[in-house]
Design a binder for this molecule. Structure first.
Ligand SMILES: [Zn+2]
Length: 88
């Protein structure tokens, strides 16, 4: 009976730390500041419409989607990996 509280608290602390970490990482990935007229990576022109809907955009569509793909597949792999190891 004793110890039920402390183990629950430890698990909750772990979850909170994970969420804080994810939020901090997501925030740091958000574009900030002024939009660029030309892509930061390949120097292609960024259309005004894209700049209007994405304030602070720094990459052209092609570079952004390449970056998104890399980011999604990377975090998706990590998430699936940890879930698998918990289930097995
Ligand atoms: Zn580009």
């Amino acid at each position: 009976m004793a110890g039920g509280w402390s183990s629950d608290g430890a698990v909750q602390d772990q979850i909170d730390a994970t969420i804080d970490d994810a939020v901090a990482r997501a925030r740091s990935a958000l574009p900030r500041g002024q939009s660029l007229a030309n892509c930061e990576a390949c120097n292609a022109e960024i259309p005004a419409a894209r700049r209007a809907i994405m304030p602070g955009v720094r990459l052209c569509v092609r570079c952004q989607s390449a970056l998104d793909k890399k980011t999604v597949s990377h975090s998706g792999y990590n998430r699936r990996g940890s879930k698998d190891s918990q289930l097995r």
